[in-house]
Design a protein. Structure first.
Length: 757
């Protein structure tokens, strides 16, 4: 087979998609399985759901565009609101978390403290088990739009400090909303050093003036969420009114929520403006130097002092620190030349006019100073930009239509047919592969058109067109009755499962590095029988199970053993230990607890970044499963302990031939494992009658035969001596129960039980 032929086949695999994505954690591609009518109903529901989602995307886009226009028109309002918000920040200062000392205030009815997991509405995951007794947290169940809503009622109006107690090793920022408005666009954004309870810290998300009565508090994030433990809403300490210039006039600056509601502004945009002006003051920003100077003037003397300031600005006596005469500050100076405001609102309106004019400038025909202003008004991350989570500011008609669509979407999705799924593959991007010279992807040769290996393309029946991956042609080629390999590989594997060794001892390798068949004619005959029966695996099983080779005893024959010690010629049946899954099911069957239910998950275990506590919890879940082993979940980095002890293969790699070890951990499992002892106790309780009858029943149940006289006597002696060795303080009935359980434990770990004879 030429190198080009291999790359022809590789092109088929390259064009075949097995995974939805390769994120952490990656998802297999799954496909629903149903009748034609079920699939048609599912398609109809999905089409309607897609149409509703598309409609909402259009409504949201148009609403955001309209809101963006309004934000630009309201520039003056945002400047004034930001000035007021900055004054409030100075008045409040940097609030300290009150969570650690909140109980005294709460006892006096001055706030609310509740567990994060006690939300009224939400889609977050709740974990009450992984972090210790009485410690519950909310977090994300995996990438999605996470939210938790709380209905709260405040007894009095006032200033309330909202705090969250959470743990986060990495930042997972979200938003905090009150009554549908984003009041903290960067909530839950801190890191605390880890995810565990000892890393939980109280973080102040803001101080807000709230009315008495009912409110809705919402925490949301996407796609991940920190581990949130508690929520605190508590009366804030009295503000520092001396920190603002107009305190002597009795001016009480409003908070973010009030300003946004009363002035019809977007809270997130208002916060961005306040942050931008704060940085401008700290950095000496020439663009806002004029604004900051006018904002310092007291209200009662504004007109008088504004005249002086206007002259200073014109003459550049008042200019930003470090700005040379004639620098970019000149742009703002020239705009304000000849302008003497009578209020701060007039200054805000003049700035708005400047920004409106800058939006009309041609980017290629501006001076360097003008270019900076154009970049500012068009900055996707600047104060004019709309943040996420602003639906509460949409027009009423848009909100009404969005909510109606969502209600309909919820009904459509809830009524959507729930069909079983199967891991499947599909064609997406169809492409051929170039030959990688010496296997180097950087050194490419000629392109190899997709197809099956040329020497085996029987008369060109399996050519691949340009519209498909070639998967179907490859499958038909593999199962063609003339194919020389597939039937032999399958027949060899079925033989291997029944005998412990295949006719080819390397079931994964039929190439030049693999073993030669021990019985080539037999392998050919089994392969031909498989094809003749229409590829019936059941027919192949029946042939093998009815053969004299399979029905042979495991008894030894000294002469044959000397001639063929490896039993290559199959002069007896190989004696071999049961596989891990068979041991699991057999132990449950002996205990009378095996659940024969077909299909469906037996349990769900934590697989994404499990903690040590979660791994312990996984083990408890594994031990509680009574379904057959085929339904036990397999976590590739933490396999069930019974499977791990008895040579269960690495779940991350294909394994045609398992190892068969005999190590101390296997004996220790049967001696000390609590789950094993529970099965032994259950088996003992199934036996009834006198001692001889019970021993006979247990031998027949576990080993499939009656005990010999000497075995019966030895069993009786063991049970008696074991009971005598137990503490005399134990009741007689309890000692008897434990003695019989110990005897059952001996039978279950015997070679006669664990090995196929």
């Amino acid at each position: 087979i030429s190198t080009k032929s291999y790359y022809s086949m590789a092109g088929i695999f390259k064009s075949t998609y097995t995974m939805e994505h390769y994120n952490i954690v990656a998802d297999w591609h799954e496909r629903e399985v149903g009748t034609a009518s079920e699939m048609a109903a599912l398609k109809k529901a999905r089409d309607e759901a897609a149409q509703l989602k598309k409609s909402n995307e259009t409504i949201t886009r148009e609403a955001r565009e309209a809101l963006q226009t309004k934000v630009r028109q309201d520039t003056a309002k945002y400047l004034l609101g930001a000035h007021e918000l900055i004054a409030r920040r100075r008045m409040i200062g940097e609030p300290e978390p009150l969570g650690p000392v909140a109980m005294k205030r709460l006892a006096k009815g001055r706030g609310l403290l509740f567990e994060a997991e006690d939300f009224d509405r939400g889609n977050v995951s709740v974990d009450r088990d992984s972090y210790g007794k009485d410690i519950g947290i909310i977090s994300d169940p995996g990438g999605q739009k996470n939210f938790a809503e709380y209905d709260i009622e405040l007894p009095t109006a006032g200033e309330y400090q909202i705090e969250l107690r959470y743990a986060a090793r990495r930042g997972r920022p979200g938003q905090l909303l009150i009554d549908g408005q984003v009041v903290q666009p960067e909530a839950v954004s801190k890191t605390t050093g880890g995810w565990m309870p000892e890393h939980q810290k109280w973080v102040v998300e803001g101080v807000f003036r709230l009315k008495a009565g009912k409110h809705i508090l919402r925490i949301q994030s996407e796609p991940l969420m920190s581990h949130i433990d508690k929520v605190l809403i508590i009366e804030a300490p009295l503000p520092n009114t001396d920190a603002i210039a107009d305190a002597d006039e009795g001016w009480a600056p409003r908070d973010l929520v009030q300003i946004a509601a009363e002035d019809e502004l977007v809270p997130g945009v208002l916060k961005n403006w306040a942050d931008r002006l704060t940085r401008a003051e700290q950095e000496g920003d020439p663009l806002f130097h004029v604004w900051l100077e006018y904002a310092k003037l007291p209200r009662r003397t504004f007109r008088t002092e504004a005249k002086r300031l206007a002259n200073d600005i014109r003459s550049e006596v008042c200019r930003p620190p470090g700005q040379a005469q004639g620098s970019e500050f000149a742009l703002v100076r020239d705009w304000f030349s000849g302008f003497t405001p009578n209020s701060l609102r007039a200054v805000a309106n003049h700035y708005r006019a400047l920004f409106d004019e800058a939006r009309g400038w041609e980017p290629t025909k501006v001076t360097p100073e003008q270019k900076q202003l154009v970049e500012f008004v068009k900055d996707a991350k600047g104060p004019f930009a709309l943040p996420e989570g602003i639906e509460g500011s949409f027009a009423k008609a848009s909100l009404t239509q969005l909510n109606a669509n969502r209600e309909r979407l919820a009904k459509v999705e809830s009524a959507m047919p729930k069909l079983p799924t199967a891991m499947a593959v599909e064609d997406r991007k169809i492409e051929d592969l170039a030959v990688h010279i010496r296997g180097d992807y950087l050194t490419l040769g000629e392109t190899a058109p997709r197809g099956v290996p040329m020497p085996f393309d029987f008369s060109g029946r399996y050519r691949v067109d340009d519209k498909t991956s070639g998967r179907l042609q490859l499958a038909r080629w593999l199962t063609d009755n003339e194919h020389p390999m597939t039937a032999r590989v399958i027949a060899n594997r079925v033989w291997h499962w029944h005998f412990g060794n295949g006719l080819v001892r390397t079931p994964d390798d039929f190439g030049i590095r693999g073993a030669e068949p021990t019985h080539p004619e037999l392998l050919d005959w089994l392969a031909s029988e498989l094809i003749r029966s229409g590829w019936s695996i059941k027919h192949l099983h029946r042939l093998i199970l009815r053969s004299s080779a399979y029905q042979m005893s495991t008894a030894n024959n000294a002469h044959a053993a000397e001639a063929d010690p490896a039993n290559t010629l199959l002069w007896r049946m190989n004696r071999r230990r049961m596989e891990a899954e068979v041991i699991h099911d057999s132990l449950l069957q002996m205990a009378g607890r095996l659940d024969l239910q077909m299909a469906g998950l037996a349990a769900v275990v934590k697989t994404q970044d499990p903690t040590s506590d979660e791994l312990d919890r996984n083990n408890e879940i594994y031990r509680g499963i009574t379904r057959r082993a085929i339904y036990v979940p397999v976590h590739r980095t933490h396999v069930y302990e019974l499977f791990d002890a008895f040579d269960f293969p690495d779940p991350g790699t294909p394994t045609g031939r398992r190892n068969a070890t005999n190590v101390a951990t296997q004996a220790l499992f049967f001696l000390n494992n609590d789950w094993l002892m529970q099965q032994a106790e259950a088996l003992a309780k199934r036996s009834h009658g006198g001692p001889a009858e019970r021993i006979g029943f247990l031998y027949e149940t576990t080993l499939g035969r009656k005990p010999s006289a000497s075995e019966g006597a030895a069993a009786m002696k063991f049970i008696e001596r074991f009971g005598q060795a137990l503490p005399e303080s134990l009741p007689l009935a309890k000692r008897d129960e434990q003695s019989w359980a110990a005897f059952c434990q001996v039978l279950l770990q015997s070679n006669q039980f664990l090995y196929l004879n």
